[in-house]
Design a protein around this ligand. Structure first.
Ligand SMILES: Nc1ncnc2c1ncn2[C@@H]1O[C@H](COP(=O)(O)OP(=O)(O)O)[C@@H](O)[C@H]1O
Ligand SMILES: [Mg+2]
Length: 404
């Protein structure tokens, strides 16, 4: 099945509840009794299916799940799992419900579910949903902001770099990751003057299922204090790696577990492989310029985001870049046409933008009090949930005068 087909099935036709996080399922089915069925039932960009051979060690806990199909060797596998010092991965056992000895051993190992050979696919899916819910609840995942162009060249990368920096300044302990999702050529690293690229998004996706936090740390490039970038390295024509939604979903989960904020530069717009980025986004910032042609293309994008991907209006922010209030296309008209009520504007400053591009500097590094800096800070304010302490803390004036 193609990647596009998987995404299509997941987004509209599939009756399945989506999984809260990606899972890697190791299937032990030496007789191949259920393997062909499992392969066709478990088609999801959130799932990575692997069949273990007899020589393979049982997987470690983490995002791994072990699915054991009863066979003549199963007691050896149970022995090994019982002997092991480390935690058993979440376990699902498929066998004959009349085999009470098997069922009891599975229970002793804390199996999530015991299914009959002729289980209903929905039963297996609901066990997977429970495992994913539990895993996601124990992991703390960074919110994701995707910056996407309504029309190519509207300023997504410039905004991404500056917004990423503003987000990183927000909370002292937060680390922000900028992801350049332009696989052909991405300019995010240039905006941040990062030349020493250690890895790339394509490399990260290719290794997504085997990578851990340490491997990831060797792949991102430090850009500023508390701000890293996962750049894009243009692929050569000999490079055969095809990005997939499955790899993208797996990598996003790892990235979100290692940072407090993730900002994605999607200046080339949605493509099949990057849809998981949009699906997991808490905020989608759609960048458009103030012209009729930009409005037309943006409308088309918004339609796709809302109706094809099911992204609610509340998650969409429209960012009018290079805004000029004297232009005919007013904010009111834009709001009426797009039906997006959350609209922000960024003023036009060609000289500043050009300086930033030429020097590889952010606006704040050239002019600390520039108006654009304030807008980037405001956007960061809007998309970062205030922590409770901050939200309930009275403002400075209130604290000062409230004492009397
Ligand atoms: N607010 C702005 N004022 C003036 N120029 C801008 C502004 N935002 C972006 N630009 C310029 O527009 C050009 C395209 O921006 P860029 O972010 O690279 O586009 P893309 O949307 O393709 O990622 C760049 O030269 C950038 O400096
Ligand atoms: Mg760009």
């Amino acid at each position: 099945m193609t990647d596009a087909k998987i995404v299509e099935l997941e987004s509209a036709l599939s009756p399945h509840t989506p999984l809260a996080c990606p899972l890697q399922i190791s299937v032990m089915d030496p007789d191949g009794r259920l393997w062909p069925e499992l392969q066709s039932q478990l088609q999801s960009s959130q799932l990575q299916l692997r069949r273990l051979s007899e020589q393979d060690a049982a997987p470690k806990a983490g995002r791994q799940l072990l699915l054991l199909v009863d066979n003549s060797m199963i007691s050896i596998v149970f022995d090994e799992l019982e002997r092991r010092q480390m935690a058993t991965p979440p376990l699902i056992v498929v066998g004959d419900p009349g085999n009470t000895a098997l069922m009891r051993r599975a229970m002793r190992l804390g199996a999530v579910d015991f299914l009959p050979f002729d289980y209903q696919p929905a039963e297996l899916w609901s066990a997977l949903v429970r495992v994913a819910d539990k895993q996601a609840a124990s992991a703390s995942l960074a919110p994701v902001t995707v910056v996407v162009n309504g029309k190519p060249g509207s300023g997504a990368s410039f905004i991404c770099a500056n917004l990423g920096y503003a987000l990183g300044r927000h909370h002292d302990d937060d680390k922000t990751l900028l992801v350049d999702a332009n696989l052909h050529y991405g300019s995010l690293a240039d905006y941040l003057n990062v030349h020493d690229k250690q890895g790339s998004l394509a490399g990260g996706m290719e290794r997504a299922t085997e990578m851990d936090a340490m491997a990831l740390a060797g792949m991102v490039s430090p850009a500023r204090e508390r701000l890293d970038v996962l750049p894009s390295l243009p692929a050569s024509f000999n490079d055969h790696y095809q990005p997939t939604a499955k790899h993208c979903a797996q990598l996003m989960y790892l990235l979100r577990s290692q940072y407090q904020q993730v900002v994605v530069d999607l200046s080339r717009g949605p493509e099949n492989w990057n849809l998981p980025m949009l699906e997991c986004a808490d905020h989608v910032l759609v960048v458009m310029q103030q012209s009729l042609s930009a409005l037309r293309e943006t409308l088309y994008l918004l339609k796709r985001l809302r109706h094809e991907l099911g992204i609610p209006k509340t998650r969409i922010i429209l960012l009018i870049n290079r805004y000029d209030k004297r232009k005919d296309l007013s904010l009111k008209k834009i709001e009426q046409t797009t039906e997006v009520t959350h609209i922000l504007t960024l003023l036009n400053d060609f000289t500043m933008a050009e300086n930033c591009t030429d020097l590889g500097k952010l606006v704040v590094e050239i002019e600390k009090k520039h108006k654009l800096v304030r807008v980037f800070d405001d956007i960061a304010d809007e998309i970062t949930p205030q922590d409770e302490e901050q939200a309930t803390r009275p403002g400075l004036l209130k604290r000062w005068f409230g004492r009397h």
